[in-house]
Design a binder for this molecule. Structure first.
Ligand SMILES: [Zn+2]
Ligand SMILES: [Zn+2]
Length: 256
């Protein structure tokens, strides 16, 4: 019997579930679940290892390297964060998280085409702030999460941001202050504008009450935070990298 609980759940239920909800399952989801289900199955190919001494034979099935796969994605995440921590400037970074009002989540769920702009806008807010305030080019690596801790749809952006930047004459200038109050308001305006310019007039009319509510109920703007990091630069980078690339279902594995 399969001892990966999640895989067992998918083996037992994916077939009927995908038939029942065919229209609502995006091709990318179908593809990733397919890879996950076939991962490690020798029918999909394997390496054959033979011991030259005793001629013992081992078959090692290929893995799927899928981002949804609980076996592969953890390894990929480790590798990615390790390489990223090597690659980036070895300076202090902060892990910034940009979220939105709960009432707006559904709009993004129904208009997933806005998600790329959503992430890009968050990056732009950060870049523009440091450019204006400190006249520097800041370094940002951004990742979009569409899931929350309860696996609900909850789009938010994680960013790894250098606490310093390059001036026009190529010098490095450091700073440590993040003006959360200001960023929250700017981010709120940017998200509301993004929705307004992406939807048709009719769609806009429908979501107008939600936009109004999101504006009025968040006087201080949408929640933006950046937890203080401890430890050396490399350890911080590794931690943030793993967090940004964390697969959706790994949290569930741990909690079970
Ligand atoms: Zn896999
Ligand atoms: Zn997240």
């Amino acid at each position: 019997m399969e001892n990966n609980v999640l895989k067992r759940i998918f083996q037992e239920n994916w077939e009927w579930f995908s038939v029942k909800h065919k229209k609502r399952i995006r091709p990318a989801v179908e593809k990733e679940v397919g890879k996950f289900l076939g991962c490690g199955n020798p029918k999909n190919g394997f390496k054959l290892l033979v011991c030259e001494g005793c001629h013992d034979i081992r078959r090692v099935p290929y893995r799927c390297k899928g981002r949804f796969c609980t076996t592969c994605s953890c390894g990929e995440t480790e590798e990615w964060s390790r390489m990223m921590a090597e690659d980036v400037f070895q300076v202090n970074h902060r892990h910034m998280i940009f979220t939105i009002d709960e009432g707006l989540r559904d709009i993004f769920l129904r208009h997933r085409e806005m998600l790329k702009d959503f992430m890009d806008e968050a990056v732009r807010v950060v870049q523009e702030h440091f450019e204006k305030k400190h006249k520097v080019k800041v370094g940002v690596i951004a990742g979009l999460h569409t899931f929350g801790s309860r696996l609900n749809f909850n789009p938010h952006v994680h960013m790894l941001v250098t606490m310093g930047g390059m001036t026009a004459n190529g010098e490095w200038k450091t700073y440590d202050y993040i003006p959360f109050q200001k960023l929250r308001k700017v981010w709120q305006t940017v998200v509301l504008k993004l929705i307004c310019r992406s939807l048709t007039e009719e769609e806009k009319r429908k979501v107008q009450p939600l936009l109004q509510k999101a504006y009025l109920e968040n006087e201080e703007g949408f929640y933006v935070h950046a937890p203080k990091q401890s430890g050396n630069v490399k350890a911080q980078l590794g931690y943030i990298g793993r967090y940004i690339r964390r697969p959706a279902l790994r949290g569930v594995c741990k909690a079970v």
